[in-house]
Write a new protein. Structure first.
Length: 450
C-alpha cells in the first residue's frame, strides 16, 4: 500500500503527454537510475539493502536533480512496506502526528511504514522532533532528502538514528547517457524522429551542471523548439544556444555551498592563485551573492593573510568595499576582481592573526592582572597619590622615541612575544625595527658593567 499525505497515490496515473519529460523518464528500477554508482552499483551498500528490503532510516544528501526523490520512489516500488510521502513545505505538526499515529497502529499489527520527507531541512525542530519517538521504536522507517548539510539542518537526535548517504552531481557522461535514453525510450521521444548532434547533447549535459532534471528539461525545451519538417524534428545549434544562455548556479546564500565557495575563494587567494580566485569570485557574484559580503571577507583576508607583508593590501580591500557600496552590481565586479587578484599576488604573512590568537589565549587563560601603575592615567589627585602614572616617560621626548625601561605588560607576562614577523614582503623591515627596539630594552635591563 502506498499513500500520499495529499490524498494521491505516489504513482498516480496521469496522461503521459501532459507530463514533463523528467517525470515521464523517472526511473522505476535501480538499473534505470543515472549516476550514484558508488551507492547503487553492483554489490554496493544501498543497492544491497534496497534489494533485501531491509531499508533503515536514512538521509539522502546531495545537490538538486541527482536522484534523491527518485531513489525514494524506487524503494517505494520494491518494498513491501506502506509508503507515505510528506512535503516539508505543506505539512505541519498536526498532520505529522496524525500520520505517525496511523503508522504506529500499523506497526502494532505487524506492518511496516516508510515515510519519505522531501526537503527535510525545511522542517523546524518541533516538526523533526515529532518523528523521533516513532523512529526510535521502529514504528516507521524515515527517509529524508535534503540539499543542505544534515549536520546543520537535521536534529542531532534524529540524525544519529539515520544512515546518511551522500549523492553526487552527475558526471557529463552520465548525463549524456540519460539524454540518449530519453531520445530512444518510448516514455521520452522514442516514438518521434529527433535529429540532434552529439556535440549539442554534450553542450546540454555541461549546461545542466550535474542536474538530471535540468538536463531532461533542457532537452525537452530544445526538441519542442526544433525545426520540424516531414515528421522529422531537427535541433539546431542556435536553438540549443538560446535554451542554454543562462546557467543556474548551485548556490544557497544561507546554506553550506555559500560557505564552501567563500572558503574556496579565501584559500585560493592564500595560495597565491589569481585565476582560481577570480573563478570563485565569479561563481558567487553570478549566483547572486551580495558583493558587500565578499568585500568584507576580502578586508579580513588583507589583514589575516597579508598583513604587514604588504600594507597596501588593506587599503585595496577597503577601497573595493567602498566601491561596491557606491556602485553595486554588476559594475563593482571589476573592483572586486582587482582586490582578489591583488590579494592573491601579494606576499603572504599570517603574523597579525597569530599575534592576536596568542594574546587572546593569554587574555583568556592567565590571571587578569591590573594595568601597571606606570601606564595608568591620573585625572584626579587621589589617583596621583596612589601612584597612577608615577614614573611614566613620554616617548616623544626621548631618544629613539622609546622608553626602553618602561614595562607595559603585566608582571606575569613581562617579556612575552606575540608579534613574530615573517620574512615576506615588507615584514623584514618591520623585523629589523623590532629587533632594534628589543636590543634597546635588553641593554637597558642589562647595563654594561662599570
Amino acid at each position: 500500500m502506498q499513500l500520499n499525505f495529499e490524498e494521491q497515490t505516489l504513482f498516480e496515473e496521469s496522461s503521459q503527454a501532459a507530463q514533463p519529460l523528467a517525470a515521464r523518464m523517472r526511473p522505476e528500477t535501480l538499473d534505470e537510475v543515472a549516476g550514484q554508482q558508488h551507492l547503487i552499483g553492483p554489490g554496493k551498500v544501498l543497492r544491497t539493502i534496497i534489494e533485501a528490503d531491509q531499508v533503515p532510516s536514512m538521509i539522502f544528501w546531495g545537490p538538486p536533480g541527482v536522484g534523491k526523490t527518485t531513489l525514494a520512489r524506487v524503494i517505494a516500488k520494491q518494498t513491501e512496506a506502506s509508503f507515505i510521502d510528506f512535503s516539508a513545505v505543506t505539512s505541519g505538526i498536526k498532520e505529522i502526528r496524525e500520520v505517525m499515529k496511523r503508522a504506529d497502529t500499523m506497526s502494532k499489527q505487524g506492518g511496516r511504514t516508510i515515510v519519505f520527507v522531501d526537503e527535510i531541512h525545511r522542517f523546524n525542530k518541533a516538526q523533526q522532533d515529532a518523528f523521533l519517538p516513532f523512529v526510535e521504536k521502529g514504528a516507521i522507517t524515515l527517509i529524508g532528502a535534503t540539499t543542505e548539510n544534515p549536520s546543520f539542518e537535521v536534529n542531532g537526535a534524529l540524525l544519529s538514528r539515520c544512515k546518511v548517504f551522500v549523492l553526487k552531481a552527475l558526471e557529463t557522461e552520465e548525463l549524456l547517457g540519460l539524454l540518449r535514453r530519453a531520445l530512444e525510450d518510448p516514455r521520452g521521444f522514442g516514438n518521434q524522429d529527433i535529429r540532434i548532434e552529439d556535440d549539442l547533447l554534450t553542450a546540454i549535459a555541461i549546461f545542466s551542471n550535474g542536474d538530471a532534471r535540468t538536463a531532461l528539461s533542457t532537452l525537452e525545451m530544445v526538441v519542442l523548439n526544433g525545426e520540424e519538417e516531414n515528421g522529422v524534428t531537427t535541433v539546431t545549434p542556435e536553438t540549443v544556444e538560446q535554451c542554454t544562455s543562462q546557467k543556474s548556479l548551485l548556490y544557497d546564500k544561507m546554506g553550506e555551498e555559500h560557505y564552501n565557495i567563500i572558503s574556496a575563494l579565501h584559500k585560493s587567494m592564500r595560495n597565491s592563485d589569481p585565476d582560481a580566485s577570480v573563478y570563485w569570485l565569479a561563481r558567487m557574484l553570478e549566483a547572486g551573492e551580495d558583493p558587500l559580503y565578499i568585500a568584507r571577507r576580502v578586508c579580513r583576508f588583507a589583514a589575516e593573510d597579508v598583513g604587514l607583508a604588504d600594507t597596501g593590501a588593506l587599503n585595496v580591500a577597503v577601497n573595493a568595499f567602498h566601491a561596491c557600496h557606491f556602485i553595486g552590481m554588476p559594475e563593482c565586479s571589476v573592483h572586486l576582481t582587482e582586490a582578489v587578484v591583488y590579494m592573491a599576488l601579494a606576499p603572504k604573512s599570517n603574523s597579525m592573526d597569530v599575534a592576536y590568537l596568542r594574546a587572546k589565549q593569554d587574555a583568556l587563560t592567565t590571571m587578569a592582572e591590573p594595568v601597571p601603575l606606570i601606564i595608568r592615567n591620573a585625572p584626579t589627585r587621589l589617583m596621583k597619590d596612589l601612584g597612577y602614572g608615577s614614573g611614566y616617560q613620554y616617548a616623544h621626548d626621548l631618544e629613539d622615541r622609546v622608553a626602553p625601561d618602561m614595562q607595559c605588560l603585566p608582571d606575569s607576562l613581562a617579556g612575552t612575544e606575540y608579534y613574530i614577523p615573517s620574512d615576506q614582503g615588507r615584514e623584514p623591515a618591520f623585523k629589523e625595527r623590532l629587533d632594534y627596539l628589543k636590543s634597546l630594552r635588553k641593554n637597558q635591563s642589562n647595563p654594561p658593567a662599570e
